[in-house]
Design a protein around this ligand. Structure first.
Ligand code: ADP
Length: 319
């Protein structure tokens, strides 16, 4: 199309020039016949010729302007179509990833629970074996429950989430969650530092539990061989600052911009080995926003990732 436009412009330029030459020759013959001019020099200074030349130049600029507008419009059009196409491809990929990951996340606990129940039916087990299997099945139902809750919460967050605020001691909450995770992941080294006394805040306990758990579980999930997770809670400029840092695989700068999108997961679902649905960080960001706070992600020193949350203190309670 660009070639066609260029060709079209060249043709117009040539036609305009030819028309000018024809009019110029006609004018010259007329002026010579009327004995108004005697030389080419006089012709070039003749007012009629100058008018004709001015008109010719004006038309040349007009053609140039039209061609430029066409080309710019064409380039913008191509760019818009390309951008729309890329967006559509990305969202199709995301939908596919979501379907694959959610199906997998639903299927694997169901398969484990089914296996446990079939074992109970087929075999007579010792009490300690029964207890172990029951415990495993309960953990899987917990996983299912967690997934369904995340799906429901993410749908709610987009339309009608209102934080159910109460006075909350974030230091207690985070401390308790870390203790729970220490038991769940004995190989992971957790460190919790509280800088000074942290005032109570008005916040949704369930929401803040979800925020902290998602960040901590991610820090474990995307960790190195010797996971080390450092959590810092402090107060700065009348804001609560919560930092969750890990020494894991890290996140590239390009991906940092996208990880908070709903269903977004780094990499490809066909090759990925970690479990997840891409809902965790979306939920975290929406809950923090609903509390008028902010979350950002940066590289941790040496390796890994650091998530930094800032929460305003509203209606401060006791220390
Ligand atoms: P999920 O963990 O279910 O995939 P999330 O929304 O919690 O979904 O995270 C989105 C993506 O961000 C993850 O797929 C992962 O690639 C990346 N990510 C999140 N937390 C970390 C982390 N601590 N270290 C490295 N990558 C992370």
């Amino acid at each position: 199309m660009l070639l066609a436009f260029t060709w079209w412009s060249v043709l117009l330029f040539t036609k305009n020039r030819d028309a000018f030459y024809a009019k110029r020759d006609l004018l010259k013959i007329g002026l010579i016949a009327e004995r108004l001019i005697e030389s080419d020099h006089e012709f070039e200074h003749n007012i009629n010729y100058q008018e004709l030349h001015k008109e010719y130049k004006r038309q040349e600029w007009m053609i140039f302007g039209e061609a430029a507008v066409f080309v710019v419009t064409l380039i913008i059009g191509i760019w818009l179509i390309n951008r729309g196409y890329n967006r559509e491809m990305l969202s199709a990929q995301q939908r596919r990833n979501f379907l694959l990951s959610t199906t997998h996340e639903l299927k694997s606990p169901l398969a484990s629970i089914k296996l446990v129940l079939e074992t109970f039916i087929k075999r007579k087990l010792k009490p300690e074996q029964t207890e172990k299997l029951t415990h495993a099945a309960l953990q899987e139902t917990e996983r299912l429950n967690h997934l369904v809750n995340d799906l429901l919460l993410s749908a709610k967050l987009e339309v009608s989430y209102q934080p159910n605020v109460e006075e909350l001691n974030l230091a207690h909450l985070v401390g308790e969650l870390i203790e729970r995770l220490k038991t769940k992941y004995p190989v992971v080294e957790f460190q919790f530092h509280q800088n000074g006394s942290i005032p109570n805040i008005q916040a949704d306990k369930m929401g803040m539990t979800s925020v902290s758990l998602n960040l901590l579980e991610n820090a474990v999930k995307y960790s190195s061989d010797q996971p080390k997770i450092e959590v810092n809670l402090g107060l700065k400029n009348n804001k609560i600052i919560l930092n969750v840092a890990d020494n894991g695989i890290g996140i590239s700068d390009k991906e940092k911009k996208r990880i908070f999108e709903k269903f977004y997961r780094v990499g490809n679902e066909d090759t990925r080995t970690t479990k997840g649905t891409g809902l965790g960080l979306f939920i975290v960001q929406q809950i923090i926003k609903a509390h008028e706070g902010t979350i950002l992600v940066e590289d941790n020193e040496v390796t890994g990732t650091r998530f930094k949350i800032e929460l305003p203190i509203k209606g401060v309670g006791k220390k």
